[in-house]
Design a binder for this molecule. Structure first.
Ligand SMILES: [Zn+2]
Length: 251
């Protein structure tokens, strides 16, 4: 993602927090229509964002967390190339097609006299769910949005009538079919030797990093514009090495 796209995505994402996944994807894949990106599954979109994060800011990802047993502060480091592994290329293939690949992933679950036809959640579904209420109800809204039809004893019923155990089964099946939708890392505490899982959310992670980058870019543009009278696009259009050279001269 180049500097112009970073600033564009940042200002648009500040105005529409619920659309950040799609905005970051659009900035990461400038040649792909928004409709195609909105139709990607959650897992595919996660892979694309992590790949772009690696290409833009480097493969090493560092952060801090707290041990869930002893509350100690822990440093966590991940190599994104390792994490992406073989899945990297398939994310690329998906973004290049017309976004209709999810149809092949549709399936059905049966339990007793219940039959649920479902599809995998997409970027569009995630955005709709995130625009609603708290995270807990957003998860329920998302799960129900994956229900194409629910049939009980031969009668069509609304997704709201889905029994809890079938909802859990659906959740498990969606995770199995789109494994990168829910990314988790294993961490262990050197102090108490407790091992636990960390949820990796590519959108909030990449967003926070790009926001920091955008603020530094604004400062750079401000200093260059103030000194040389260049426009924002002119400042951002300069080769980064030469831009750094001018900033060094300004001091
Ligand atoms: Zn600990």
């Amino acid at each position: 993602m180049d500097d112009v796209r970073i600033l564009d995505a940042w200002s648009a994402g500040r105005r529409r927090p619920e659309a950040r996944r799609l905005l970051l994807l659009a900035a990461a894949c400038p040649g792909t229509p928004a409709e195609t990106l909105a139709g990607l599954t959650a897992g595919r979109s996660n892979l694309l964002l992590l790949r772009d994060r690696r290409d833009t800011l480097g493969s090493r990802l560092e952060g801090e967390t707290t041990c869930s047993a002893c509350d100690a502060r822990l440093e966590v480091a991940v190599d994104l190339s390792e994490l992406l592994g073989d899945a990297d290329a398939s994310a690329d293939d998906d973004a290049a097609d017309d976004g209709d690949s999810r149809a092949a992933a549709d399936g059905e679950l049966r339990s007793g006299d219940c039959v649920v036809c479902f599809r995998l959640p997409t970027v569009r579904d995630l955005q709709t769910a995130a625009a609603g209420a708290d995270p807990e109800s957003a998860a329920r809204v998302l799960l129900r949005s994956c229900v194409v039809s629910f049939d009980r004893a031969g009668e069509l019923r609304p997704a709201e009538d889905l029994p809890t155990e079938l909802l859990h089964a659906l959740d498990t099946e969606l995770g199995r079919r789109d494994p990168h939708a829910d990314l988790r890392l294993s961490a262990s505490c050197p102090g108490c030797e407790h091992t636990f899982e960390l949820v990796l959310d590519p959108v909030s992670l990449y967003w926070d990093e790009l926001e920091a980058r955008a603020r530094r870019l604004l400062l750079d543009v401000h200093r260059l514009a103030d000194r040389y009278g260049w426009s924002e696009r002119e400042c951002l259009g300069i080769d980064p090495l030469r831009r750094a050279g001018y900033l060094e001269l300004i001091g």
